[in-house]
Design a protein around this ligand. Structure first.
Ligand code: SF4
Length: 201
């Protein structure tokens, strides 16, 4: 029976644990097409891939009825990757909307209001479940605060004296008000919120 991946919440990453555990090669990642691919003919419904997914995006149906039910649940799932992923600190960006290039940083920080920029690189991306929604981090920030994510090189890290990624930098009118290096897991969220709030006092 088929495996269903809920791509409304799945980040479709090649690091997906399902690829590593699948004993039959049914669950693979196509490097060329940059997507997870399931070959249901090879699937033995062992359920290993389902157990690997920390957010419940992989579901293995053992009967036709189960498959229909799962498909319906996924079709009706109101969540989108935008809600769950892109606006999270420490998560991989999926939407162009928040992404800027390193060369844009100075231009983007010219705003008279606040600009919060997350610096990251491929190695600093954390699990979705542990990442923290940006809107929760910026509760104390003015509503017009701008938020961007930028994939940085070592040169940019050095320029802003960043030792560890991901990092959050708060700017106002080109001035760097403060920065926080390194990842904070969800249970340290309040600490991170207080640190950010200090910058805008
Ligand atoms: S259920 Fe088992 S065989 Fe099927 S895709 Fe998942 S890990 Fe592979």
């Amino acid at each position: 029976m088929p495996v269903v991946v809920n791509f409304k919440i799945c980040d479709n990453a090649k690091e997906c644990g399902g690829v590593a555990v699948c004993p039959t090669g049914a669950y693979t990642y196509d490097e060329e097409k940059e997507t997870i691919v399931i070959d249901n003919d090879k699937c033995i419904s062992c359920g290993l891939c389902e157990r690997e997914c920390p957010i419940g995006a992989i579901m293995v149906a053992k009967t036709k009825e189960e498959y229909e039910k799962i498909k319906e649940e996924v079709d009706n799932d109101p969540r989108t990757t935008k809600d769950l992923f892109v606006d999270r600190y420490g998560a991989a960006p999926l939407s162009e909307f928040f992404m800027i290039e390193e060369t844009d940083i100075e231009e983007k920080t010219k705003s008279q209001g606040l600009t919060l920029i997350e610096f990251y690189n491929d190695d600093s991306i954390q699990c979705l479940l542990k990442s923290i929604p940006i809107k929760e981090l910026t509760n104390s920030f003015p509503k017009d605060t701008l938020f961007y994510k930028v994939d940085v090189t070592e040169e940019t890290m050095n320029k802003y004296s960043i030792e560890e990624l991901p990092a959050l930098l708060v700017f106002k009118n080109k001035e760097l008000l403060g920065k926080i290096d390194g990842y904070f897991e969800n249970d340290h969220k309040e600490e991170l919120i207080s640190k950010l709030a200090e910058f805008i006092k």
